[in-house]
Ligand binder design. Structure first.
Ligand code: FE2
Length: 462
């Protein structure tokens, strides 16, 4: 029996098939931009089922109708080559079938079993973490990361995957230590950069975040569009919280939007960044119209609720009439949702989508009411803590603009406890304290905001 570079048995594989699988593992885990070379190899492969299986997974990871159609074809080819497939390969076939059918709860279960049985299969772990991420299951994300890390102690990719799981479970110190250990093995690891960025973001360590990501950005040139635009997106978030919104907008134009406008991940980075800039009072000009052009084909996709909500918001901010059609389509999806995904679609996505549409039109009281309904279920829609915080920020803004001072104050005070370093939070607190007549606290928050701004101006000068 032939084995791949991780020592895993591969059925019906010649030297070229093994080389292709090893190439895919490194390229996927390093977020490289040469994945098309693997697809070309899979297209030519005539005996090893794992190649078309992996191509199917690659296509499904695009979260698009075209991707799913292509995956069906690759899966059919894989099944035709599956005689003699071993247990691990059977598990890959089963999870790919389940993904095509939309049974992502089953995918996650299979990948957790695979991480226990074959923890050297790093791509099985990677895809398992993707399913956990899309289902909003941070504990599963971490469990898979732990198994991979235990069985691949010398592997930087396993470090970075473990670190991200730790971060999403709010074990920030451990996450940062493990991510930095990955970089000690090899500094060119964008997923480890990403995990460090999340840790710094969660603690409001913005100056460090900017310095760290800038110092690593020379290594992102060979990255695929998701990783490239997403790490720059993280840098933009730090800049926004440092009140350097002009630089964040410049990053939107130069780095975040424009690499691969048809790709869902690029699109949500763009929507999220424009929305966050607007929340800080930035005029983003006609940028929504450009982004929305690429969102229009996605009205009925419904792969991951977290993606859909951002598509909808982008369309709504561009004033697209198709928002109404997408809202109706989301309601249909929620009605027909499978039991495991009902909370995500029905309890969160539908009210949140209506709330976002109301907010985009300036109906802040309605937005606050509807987003308030969705918030308790927010983690179920998928995405990371930092990504989902966009919806919390819009909800907060709607509360402030519609005069729900007590509710807004509670959220801002919690934000300030978690990230006491953000001048904007202090200024908003000051404004709210003033509104409710708590002048002493208003002046104290205003003073703290000024102190922080001065500190950041000094940090920038040095
Ligand atoms: Fe991220």
């Amino acid at each position: 029996m032939t084995r791949d570079g991780q020592g895993l048995e591969v059925s019906n594989a010649g030297a070229e098939a093994i080389a292709s699988l090893d190439f895919l593992r490194d390229e996927w885990l390093s977020f490289g931009n040469r994945l098309a070379e693997f697809v070309a190899a899979a297209d030519k492969e005539a005996s090893c089922a794992l190649l078309p299986v992996m191509a199917a997974n690659l296509m499904l990871s695009m979260s698009s109708d075209e991707g799913r159609d292509a995956a069906r074809k690759y899966l059919a080819r894989a099944k035709a080559l599956a005689a003699g497939a071993n247990a691990r390969e059977q598990a890959w076939l089963a999870t790919t079938t389940a993904w095509i059918e939309g049974d992502t709860d089953r995918c996650l279960k299979i990948h957790e079993d695979m991480a226990n049985e074959w923890p050297r299969d790093l791509l099985a772990g990677k895809l398992g973490q993707l399913h956990a991420f899309n289902c909003g299951d941070a504990e599963a994300l971490l469990r898979i990361g732990e198994r991979l890390f235990a069985a691949n102690q010398d592997n930087r990719y396993a470090h970075a995957m473990y670190a991200f799981g730790l971060e999403e479970c709010n074990r920030l110190d451990e996450a940062e230590t493990i991510a930095r250990a990955a970089l000690a093995i090899d500094r060119r690891d964008p997923w480890a950069h990403h995990a460090v960025a999340h840790c710094l973001e969660a603690r409001g360590r913005m100056l460090e975040g900017v310095a760290f990501l800038e110092s690593m950005s020379d290594t992102w040139e060979g990255c695929n569009s998701f990783m490239y635009t997403h790490n720059w997106w993280h840098l933009a978030l730090f800049l926004i919280d440092l009140d350097r919104t002009d630089e964040a907008l410049a990053l939107f134009d130069k780095r975040v939007w424009g690499v691969w406008k048809e790709f869902c991940e690029d699109q949500i980075n763009a929507v999220s960044l424009l929305a966050r800039l607007e929340l800080r009072g930035v005029d983003v000009g006609n940028r929504w119209a450009d982004v929305a052009q690429y969102l229009k084909p996605r009205l009925h996709e419904h792969f991951v609720p977290f993606l859909d909500l951002q598509y909808l918001y982008g369309l709504a901010r561009a004033g697209e009439q198709s928002v109404t059609e997408m809202l109706a389509s989301l309601e249909d999806k929620a009605e027909n949702a499978k039991p495991f995904e009902r909370e995500a679609w029905a309890d969160c996505t539908v009210p949140a989508a209506h709330g976002l549409a109301a907010y985009a039109k300036g109906d802040h009281a309605e937005a606050a009411r509807l987003l308030g309904q969705a918030m308790p279920h927010l983690s179920k829609i998928g995405g990371s803590i930092a990504q989902r915080s966009l919806f919390g920020a819009i909800h907060l803004d709607a509360l402030m603009k519609s005069g729900w001072n007590d509710a807004a104050l509670k959220i801002l005070q919690a934000d300030d406890r978690e990230r006491p370093t953000v001048p904007w939070t202090k200024r908003s607190l000051s404004d709210l304290y003033r509104r409710v007549g708590r002048m002493e606290q208003a002046l104290a928050a205003e003073y703290q905001a000024e102190q922080l701004s001065r500190q950041y101006a000094r940090g920038r000068a040095t």
